[in-house]
Design a protein around this ligand. Structure first.
Ligand code: 8YV
Length: 323
């Protein structure tokens, strides 16, 4: 039997690439930036498997260009870039990589909170600018005794809760549905409006869905404390960027720390970058050697299982898996 034909839509950790190449004829996009459908089109015509990436729109147009596609795997927990219904209609199982990036992403989200609160990044810039001898860095704020509001308490949110509780914080959360294990997690369910009004820190960890797109807009920032710190480690489009910018300029909130933005990547000329009360990192929530390797290997495993017609390890549209 010949090798499966697979398209890899960007960089992949070498160990995972080798596992795929052992069984597949691979076409890999290795140019900088996001490939267009035209650039991938010829490869997609013959592709049986697609290893996608969160910056690739896996929509009806792409699926139409890939008539032989039988499985899609993505090394990411979020899959808002993939039209799941269109894939399910085509009986194409789709796999993401939950579970393997929880602690790493929680470290980054809580790290943004801590860095912003204690102005760690500003402290280094202060020393580099030679200001230390002249004046003290402006004061930060404590975490201890403060309230952290988590919007979207899933596995990553539970891991953030452990970090916050260890720092002496109270944790409240809002989800579409209250969890049954609040006490085990150490977080207290709270309605969205009250969470906005009472949290000293807010961390957004919700997936990007039709319901969560633009969830944080002018009214939501207006409800927050003027001393509030807003952290987004979910998806940029959960936040109305213009509303966030206006809230920071008007000091409706004290500070923002973002690992994700809308648009993404954020151009250097974007007005957010010029503000004094913001910290932005380039979508590095899962960006450690160990975790990216686990994600890539799990995506490769899912891809190869799907090509062999076997159930995927982490399928997001299970109804397709066992057809
Ligand atoms: C990045 C993430 O997508 O897993 C996700 O959903 O947002 C992150 O892990 C991943 O790092 C690839 O860029």
């Amino acid at each position: 039997m010949g090798k499966y034909k697979v398209v890899i839509a960007g960089h992949l950790m070498p160990s995972a690439l080798a596992a795929i190449q052992a069984q597949c004829e691979v076409r890999q996009w290795e140019q900088p930036g996001v490939p267009t459908l035209n650039q991938l089109g010829e490869w997609l015509q013959a592709a049986e498997g697609l290893l996608a990436l969160p910056n690739i729109a896996v929509n009806a147009g792409l699926l139409a260009a890939a008539p032989k596609l039988r499985v899609i795997a993505q090394p990411a927990v979020g899959y808002d870039n993939i039209d799941i219904q269109a894939c399910t209609d085509r009986k194409i199982p789709v796999a993401n990589t939950p579970g393997v990036l929880v602690e790493t992403t929680a470290d980054l989200a809580f790290g943004l909170l801590l860095t912003a609160a204690r102005r760690i990044h500003e402290g280094w810039a202060w020393v580099q600018a030679g200001k230390w001898p002249e004046a003290a860095l402006p004061l930060g704020v404590d975490l201890y005794g403060k309230t952290l509001g988590i919007v979207g308490l899933g596995a990553i949110g539970a891991a953030v809760t452990r970090r916050a509780r260890a720092s002496g914080m109270k944790v409240i959360y809002n989800n579409r549905r209250q969890r049954s294990d609040d006490d085990l997690i150490g977080a207290e369910y709270c309605c969205f409006e009250e969470l906005l009004a009472t949290s000293d820190f807010i961390i957004v960890l919700t997936p990007l869905t039709l319901e969560s797109r633009g969830l944080f807009a002018a009214n939501e920032f207006a409800r927050m404390k003027p001393t509030a710190y807003f952290i987004n480690a979910a998806r940029g489009a959960v936040v109305n960027t213009e509303a966030l910018y206006n809230a920071l300029v008007a000091r409706q909130i004290a500070y923002a720390a973002l690992d994700v933005t809308d648009p993404e990547p954020l151009p250097a000329s974007h007005p957010l970058i010029k503000l004094p009360n913001i910290l932005i990192t380039p979508h590095i929530g899962s960006a450690t050697r160990e975790t990216r390797s686990r994600m890539a290997l799990l995506a490769a495993e899912n891809l190869l299982l799907g090509l062999a017609g076997k159930p995927l390890v982490t399928c997001v549209n299970n109804e397709v898996n066992y057809q």
